[in-house]
Write a protein that binds this ligand. Structure first.
Ligand SMILES: Cc1ncc(COP(=O)(O)O)c(C=O)c1O
Length: 343
């Protein structure tokens, strides 16, 4: 699993290989979305720094519109469409944050958003979709059911499919986080990014390594959905028969557009247990005073984990950017999991 590529290697890889997005598409995305998205805060905490003896910089995408980084990609995808394409609306399937972000971006553009939502999606994320005027079509929890119903909706509406991560405009939109972060904190040497389908980490890695080829990009992934770590070890996309984690945003698998980026530009993957995620959430609430969801706390969980301390890179990671990817948390469920986690 420890699969470090040298800085020189990363440099030549990014210039010689063609990925779904590149620094130009990410800069174009920034221009396109800058009047709609928030430039999010970077927070730091002496206390959290002292827990690990490193300088930590929390890029708070939980303060992004819609409560997650997803609004960047959704906005870029929707505002890239011409009027004829946009007129029939946009379609997607998502268990939460992408759905709400797409609904919000569609509302701003004044077009319909049809969202296929699995029945097990967290309530607060479904409420966000409704709040932003998205039209919900329910599916079963399985990916097969989500995809079948999405195909039907696409046929009926003639809308444009906007995939949650396997999409050039989505990846480019997410990459704008690195442009902002490296301007806000130029001394960052490492960025820790939650990984699921890989849209976020692909954009972040492409932009960051284009600006500074020696920057380290680490993924954070829950043990119960560690398909990206397994994919990296196997050298090909691995899909798991089932996933089990409190981080409901991190259950998808890498796609054909995101896998090459994860394979080549992500230096390593730190896998953490759910109890480490819950502990990191607690720190975010109690110390940082920030409402994060489990998927958003996983970067801090990774920094504080033994698996990172034992990683050969640990000694060189001095200034660590942590993408706090979202804050849409179902407080009832959170309370239950905190109580279950008590000894
Ligand atoms: C809060 C949060 N963080 C991280 C991710 C992972 O993003 P990606 O699927 O682009 O890897 C998601 C995806 O839904 C999410 O909602």
């Amino acid at each position: 699993m420890l699969h470090w590529c040298s800085r020189m290697e990363a440099d030549s890889q990014i210039s010689s290989k063609k990925y779904a997005a590149d620094i130009s598409s990410i800069k174009e995305a920034q221009k396109r979305i800058s009047s709609y998205v928030h430039k999010t805060l970077v927070l730091s905490s002496e206390t959290l720094n002292s827990f690990c003896g490193r300088m930590l910089y929390f890029k708070c995408e939980c303060f992004q519109k819609g409560g997650a980084f997803k609004f960047r990609g959704a906005c870029n995808a929707i505002f890239s469409l011409d009027d004829t394409q946009a007129g029939k609306g946009v379609v997607t399937h998502s268990s939460g944050n992408h759905a709400a972000a797409l609904a919000l971006a569609a509302k701003i553009r004044g077009i319909p958003a049809y969202v296929v939502v699995p029945k097990n999606a967290p309530k607060c994320k479904v409420e966000n979709v409704k709040r932003y005027g998205g039209q919900i079509i329910w599916s079963e929890a399985s990916m097969q059911s989500r995809e079948e119903i999405t195909t039907k909706v696409l046929q009926e509406t003639g809308g444009v499919m906007i995939h949650p991560y396997n999409d050039r405009q989505i990846i480019s939109g997410q990459g704008t986080i690195s442009l902002e972060l490296l301007e806000q904190v130029p001394q960052i040497d490492t960025i820790i990014v939650p990984v699921s389908g890989g849209g976020l980490i692909s954009g972040v890695a492409i932009a960051a390594k284009s600006i500074n080829p020696s920057i380290r990009i680490l993924a954070a992934e829950p043990k119960g959905a560690n398909d990206a770590a397994q994919s990296k070890a196997a050298g090909e996309i691995v899909k798991l028969p089932e996933t089990k984690t409190i981080a409901d945003g991190l259950r998808a698998f890498l796609g054909e557009l995101t896998w090459p980026v994860v394979r080549d530009l992500v230096d390593d993957i730190i896998v953490v247990e759910d109890n480490e995620i819950i502990e990191a959430m607690r720190h975010c609430y109690e110390i940082l005073k920030v409402a994060v969801e489990p998927s958003g706390a996983i970067g801090l969980a990774a920094v504080l984990s033994d698996s990172f301390r034992n990683n050969p890179a640990w000694k060189d990671c001095k200034h660590i950017g942590i993408i706090v990817s979202g804050g849409n948390v179902d407080l009832g469920l959170l309370w239950d999991s905190l109580n279950k986690a008590e000894p």
